[in-house]
Design a protein around this ligand. Structure first.
Ligand SMILES: Nc1ncnc2c1ncn2[C@@H]1O[C@H](COP(=O)(O)OP(=O)(O)OP(=O)(O)O)[C@@H](O)[C@H]1O
Ligand SMILES: O=C(O)[C@H](O)COP(=O)(O)O
Length: 403
């Protein structure tokens, strides 16, 4: 993989450099609640701008359906990037259309532009190779060189991640280079016990990862929205909690395999439930009830792990040689459901083992709940991406940078 240092050595002054970043930051309306992913790409953007490149930054945000949707506009992220750079950042109101072409054509050497959300275009995420290639061709017209630095999206076979680098000279940015260097160590030299804690809401994406983790980890702790598919597989009722019903048979098989392989699979013993999802805007008190994991009422939703589970998970993390944690243990954005995530974060800080936190929301949780980032071994910007890397999979966005 060629890195950005090689590009800088070749010289970039006056060249249009396309930086595929992951600016998929958590938003409250148009307010960014955690700018970690924007800060993470700054070294790359700054180095290119300082060297006189005309920098075109592109990213997805959220999961719009292939058409413009103002809720998912990158405008707030572009504004924040400008503040962090201490420079004006131009913003194109489309991704490859007239606005993008005009903004890029107007860039002077050393200036930075952000184009609108890549996923406002159906070609970005299309499963059809030709449709993706056609969109990649339009993106390629905006630049002379490609720098891949959106680590959080390297597991996606999307036009800007996979197809575009094949069309331009391509290099890895500082963030990708650093993430790969740290995560590589976890695939080569894992100090045991190796404990993986999984939570969050992207249940269908991440359940598949467990298949591979059963051959690698010594202990798996399951929380967040992920837990309810496991509790259901154990035969418990989960009320109106997040559930991936079609995955229940697979999860039953995982539980059997874990037992056979001697992998300790640990599930919540109690959970916090309420009749409805909390209001994350007003943060009005949610008044949850604590119930045993096998006694979730039919009309209630599980939204955090309970106090007994917090203690149990802390004890399962205390002797870890290595910990990888992806996905909050509950809806940490609301104070009534933040204790599970806090307890796991604190347990990672307390364990003497090497700890990695991965994921946009997981990293945001650690910061917004007031933990000191330096107390963790590594905070990865990628959740799904780091999990799939640890699985040993070939990731499209990394493969595309190699030649
Ligand atoms: N029990 C639950 N029910 C519903 N949502 C939950 C539950 N527990 C956690 N969540 C939500 O999960 C979200 C984070 O999940 P996600 O899988 O996206 O994690 P991540 O760290 O951002 O990883 P990635 O980078 O792959 O997106 C949070 O917004 C949180 O509110
Ligand atoms: O948040 C993430 O994990 C990355 O930004 C990728 O987003 P996606 O899961 O919507 O592809």
């Amino acid at each position: 993989m060629k890195t950005i240092d090689e590009l800088l050595a070749e010289g970039v002054a006056g060249r249009r450099v396309f930086v595929r970043a992951d600016l998929n930051v958590p938003l409250d309306g148009t307010t960014i609640t955690d700018d970690g992913r924007i800060r993470a790409v700054l070294p790359t953007v700054k180095a290119l701008a300082d060297a006189g490149a005309r920098v075109v930054v592109a990213s997805h945000l959220g999961r719009p359906k292939g058409a413009p949707d103002p809720v998912f506009s990158l405008a707030p992220a572009a504004a924040r990037l400008g503040e962090l750079l201490g420079a004006d950042v131009a913003f194109a109101t489309d991704t490859v259309g007239e606005s993008a072409q005009a903004v890029v054509a107007g860039l002077a050497d050393g200036q930075v532009a952000v184009v609108e959300n890549l996923r406002f275009n159906a070609g970005e995420t299309s499963k059809d190779d030709a449709e993706r290639a056609a969109f990649a061709e339009q993106l390629a017209a905006l630049a002379d060189v490609y720098v891949g630095d959106g680590f959080g999206a390297v597991h996606r076979k999307h036009a800007s991640v996979y197809d575009l680098p094949a069309k331009l000279p391509h290099y890895a940015g500082y963030l990708i280079a650093n993430e790969v260097a740290v995560l590589k160590k976890l695939t080569e030299d894992v100090k045991r016990p190796y404990v993986v804690a999984l939570g969050g809401a992207k249940v269908s994406d991440k359940l598949a990862v467990i298949d591979q983790l059963l051959a690698k980890a010594d202990r798996l702790l399951i929380g967040g929205g992920m837990a309810y598919t496991f509790l259901k597989a154990k035969g418990y009722e989960v009320g109106i909690s997040l559930l991936q019903e079609d995955q229940v048979p697979a999860v039953i098989e995982y539980m059997e395999r874990a037992e056979k392989n001697g992998v300790e699979l640990v599930l919540p013993v109690d959970v916090l439930v309420a009749p409805e999802f909390p209001d994350l805007k007003t943060k009005a008190p949610a008044n949850p009830t604590t119930v045993a994991a096998d006694a979730i009422p039919a009309d209630q939703e599980g939204l955090d792990i309970g106090p007994e589970t917090r203690k149990l998970y802390a004890s399962k993390l205390a002797d870890a040689g290595t910990v990888f944690w992806n996905g909050p243990m509950g809806v940490f954005e609301h104070p009534d459901y933040a204790e599970g995530t806090k307890a796991v974060a604190q347990a990672l800080i307390d364990t003497p083992g090497f700890t990695v936190v991965g994921g946009g929301d997981s990293a945001a949780a650690v910061r917004t709940l007031g933990f000191d980032e330096s107390a963790f071994g590594h905070i990865s910007t990628g959740g799904g991406a780091s999990l799939e890397y640890l699985e040993g999979k070939t990731l499209p966005g990394l493969a595309a940078l190699e030649d």
